[in-house]
Design a protein around this ligand. Structure first.
Ligand code: MRU
Length: 343
């Protein structure tokens, strides 16, 4: 068997620090920063140096490792200090449930340790990281099965190696599918942060997979031409009934897909499922600063022009043709029990 080419790594544990690729600077500049404590990791998540639901969870897990390393040696009250760091990390971004899932795993491991917790805590973070990569490869194959015979796909945001432990969710499916047969890959720019134009286009080009970029507003017209059979996206949180929170614009694509008889695939590991929430209206949707959207000339406090900047939306389960996880595929999740069967 030929070894698969490694994808870019957004996160690397060095043994002492967490190396984080600064995704704000891509694709022009490749810079890794070394983080030595949980506060720095929380800042890296909030400022989107690291982004994408699974990658955020993995970074936070290593943030807890850094916290234990720092406080265990220095203080008798190390446990309270680590818990405070976990609370800080939990405030870094609100929508992707992988963050809270990973922190819960770390907390549970911590609570089981009565002596030096470092080895167990590190092992837990590395397991979260490794299992995410494995899940992505599994989903890649399952999703590629669904794309058999497909001519073209449209994806949104960045769901690749940069957004995960490696390989990617929706972009992993596109990678796996492209290995089986050439497909036309379209990527939406994904305003305002341009994850599609800057990150997805870059990742695919690195692997010699041709990609056609479209303005987000060109999606309806693209579907009208008949160029795509599927929209393939990731998720930041999936509720038990199968509603999906993902990058702003996803909901619009799902509505357009229905109108044009294009199928709609969501690809996410089960760590993205929030079993405790029944439906999408219970998900907290992050709103980021208007300045991420506003032209410089409108940024004065007394400007008449402001901006509303929700960065996720919720796609109702009725609009989804398939949810692909590492535990299996749920076809037409609205007609059954959502994703509950995967638990
Ligand atoms: O704001 P971001 O860049 O963190 O948003 C990322 C997304 O919405 C992705 O589509 C989602 O996290 C799935 S990534 C595998």
């Amino acid at each position: 068997m030929t070894k698969q080419k490694e994808t870019v790594q957004a996160l690397q544990w060095t043994g002492e620090t967490l190396k984080v690729l600064d995704q704000r600077l891509l694709p022009e500049t490749i810079v890794y920063n070394d983080y030595k404590d949980a506060t720095e990791v929380a800042n890296a998540i909030t400022s989107m140096r690291v982004r994408g639901a699974p990658a955020i969870g993995i970074a936070a897990a290593y943030g807890v490792v850094l916290s234990v390393r720092k406080h265990y040696a220095q203080s008798n009250h190390w446990r309270q200090k680590v818990i405070a760091d976990i609370e800080l990390l939990a405030k870094s971004r609100p929508t992707a449930v992988n963050l809270f899932w990973a922190l819960d795993q770390m907390k549970a491991t911590l609570s089981q340790q009565s002596t030096n917790p470092l080895a167990a805590i590190l092992m837990c973070a590395e397991k979260i990281h490794a299992e995410d990569i494995a899940a992505n490869h599994k989903m890649g194959e399952l999703g590629a099965d669904l794309l058999a015979g497909t001519k073209g796909v449209l994806t949104h945001c960045n769901t690749g190696a940069l957004a995960t432990g490696g390989y990617g969710t929706a972009l992993g499916v596109i990678r796996s599918s492209y290995r089986r047969h050439a497909i036309d890959v379209y990527a939406g720019e994904t305003r305002p942060w341009l994850q599609g134009a800057r990150l997805t286009a870059w990742e695919l080009a690195q692997e010699n997979i041709p990609v056609t970029l479209i303005a987000d507003s060109a999606a309806a017209w693209l579907m009208k031409t008949g160029a795509i059979d599927w929209v393939v996206v990731g998720a930041d949180r999936i509720t038990a009934n199968g509603d999906v929170a993902n990058k702003i614009g996803t909901y619009g694509l799902a509505v357009l897909a229905k109108q044009h008889d294009v199928r709609f695939m969501v690809v996410a590991p089960t760590t993205t499922i929030d079993w405790g929430i029944n439906q999408g209206d219970q998900i907290k949707i992050e709103e980021r600063h208007p300045h991420e959207l506003l032209l410089d000339c409108y940024r004065d406090e007394d400007s008449y022009v402001t901006a509303w900047n929700p960065v996720f939306d919720v796609t109702p389960v009725e609009l989804i043709s398939a949810i692909v996880t590492e535990r299996g595929v749920v076809l037409n999740p609205a007609t059954g029990q959502g994703v509950r069967g995967l638990k």
